[in-house]
Design a binder for this molecule. Sequence first.
Ligand code: GCV
Length: 721
Amino acid sequence: MKQIKFFLLLFICYFPLAINAQTGYDLWLQYEEISDASLSQSYLNSLTGIKVMGNSPTLEASRNEISNAYDSFFNQELKNANSGDGLLILANIDQLPANMRSDVKSDIENINSEGYIIRSLEQNGNKVTLITAKTDIGVLYGSFRLIKEMQLHNDISNLAIIDSPKIQKRVLNHWDNLDRTVERGYAGFSIWDWHLLPELIKPEYVDYARANASIGINGTVLTNVNANSLILTEQYIEKVKALAEVFRPYGIQVYLTARFSAPLESGDLDTADPLNTEVKQWWKDKADEIYAEIPDFGGFLVKANSEGQPGPNNYDRTHVDGANMLAEAVAPHNGIVMWRAFVYSEDDPEDRAKQAYSEFVPFDGQFKDNVLVQVKNGPIDFQPREPFHPMFGTMPNTPLMMEFQITQEYLGFASHLVYLPKLFEETLEEDTYVNGENSTVAKVIDGSLSNNKLTGIAGVANIGSAKNWTGHPFGQSSWYGFGRLAWDPYMSSEEIAEEWLKRTFSNEEAFVDPVTDLMIKSREAVVKYMTPLGLHHIMDTGHHYGPGPWVSSLSRPEWNPVYYHKADEEGIGFDRTQSGSDALSQYADPIAEKYSSPKTTPEKYLLWFHHLPWDYEMDNGETLWHNLATTYQEGVEDVEEMVDTWNNMEEYVDKERFEKVAMLLQIQLKESKWWRDACLSYFQQFSGMEIPESVPQPEHDLEYYKSLEFPFAPGIRPSWE
Ligand code: GCV
């Protein structure tokens, strides 16, 4: 009796905590008990025992993942077995007995080295489920897929799934510094605890690898592109090795950023000239040293001659010289170089949007085979909306790697709910027309447009030391969606949102449908309340938090918002047609032709390509000023709708995550109004027109908005003075 009382007390004290304590740490790998009895029974019938053929840390990870999921789904253990109805077999194709191999022979021909097959088969009169692949990592991907099928409550009794990734290098870029600050990071400090590595292996490292493997991410660049050459020293290579060992069973290769001046800084050379023999040797030796410790090291990511980073131009050499020198160093070890095209010069008066194209396109075909040129999705810098980068499609003989930003540098940090796969999808679906119709950006990236042998995609991570990894609980969906699109760039962002919601929160239709809708609309909402109608880069300076269209005092012209919106009494927008910077000429027809007139330019890109008078007549017959103002207001109303939708979801979400999202949405609502009011107050002084009646008057005057300062906004290295 005493004992019962004790347990009752425990229950009362801790049970509420147990159901409420949902930090979000488990991401989309929440293996909730399957409460639908008939569904649960059907899964139990299909999976009665497990047999893993072969032996490797990756196969062990596969078994563990399935066993853990099984435990949680059904509250019982999945036992090892050798045969019987309901047996689950995990095997690399090489380990399969001949009869089973012949069952999947034709499927095997249709997968690549990371693909997998899941088949329900008959074996000696028994029904079994087989997960097989050409590599163990394929088996792991297949195991996560089977788990996903159950998380989504799909039937698994008759499976015939074949899947392979369409892009080879699916990589996260961490802009993490060695002091654990994260450039443009809004989820705490870096998860890499450099000080305590290599000895301390945090459980987070394993869970990071599990989460990434579960969506097919197969590479991670551990360090900031604004690089520190210390990472290439023996002391740090040892730490990197420890992480690589944790990630290896999960198929995740480790990459580092290479600071171009490293031979000077961490070596004892007096030059970093890429054509200098000693410099070349220094990098070869460095590569050998790294590969001796980390045999599957992926290679280097380089930001060179960009925003103050050193590079080959310092020695009057080209990007080709720099990239090829590093490529030669890693080639004997099958390494690659990801060379960024994010360049714009402080001395070049040319439109910033044109500079990367001008600098790189003439080099097409000159890079070594193991070089990928990494290009941001748009020609400026991860704005809420940009047209696709004109380099896509125009370097057919050079593999171009997509760079998306998952962290929300220009999209309200980790306090705004913005589902980024919608943005990624928009870019991937854009038609470059370089080889006629249907030459989409996705086809450039997966190599199918020009038959590129090497393919890649990168996402700047939004991960940090926050308990839930990403700060905003919905930030996880952008990480998830990046992985899914990296695997298959033709997926719909809506399907991804649904999957993520079901795996992360609940399968209830009454939850999934409205919240999918909320997520899908969230991207357009942020465009409307920050940068409607093609406006861009009007965020406040440095930290990029909040509006700052008035900023005009920074040393480099293209760092100032006024450079981008060009508002004056005459009108607003950046003329990128022939009468302006002619950036449009970098696009193929029919884009160049169609966008040359404002009348045929999609309104979403209007002020990106045109400078137009305030009274310019828009498609709906209203003036440009009117539509600018009402679009800002629509953005605010969209957030109000998001708030309402979420507030109706309380019964489907645990208390902790529900309240966190609800509170963050209030911040988003407040800030959307701030954006609207600040921008309209500023632009109104040029338009001289009244704010339409349907739009509330700004709460404060312009001077107030201009006076706001945020010296400790996250995402930039704090300065304590
Ligand atoms: C890592 C923008 C960001 C920088 C970032 C840079 C880049 O300019 O503001 O923080 O630096 O892009 O992508 O290299």
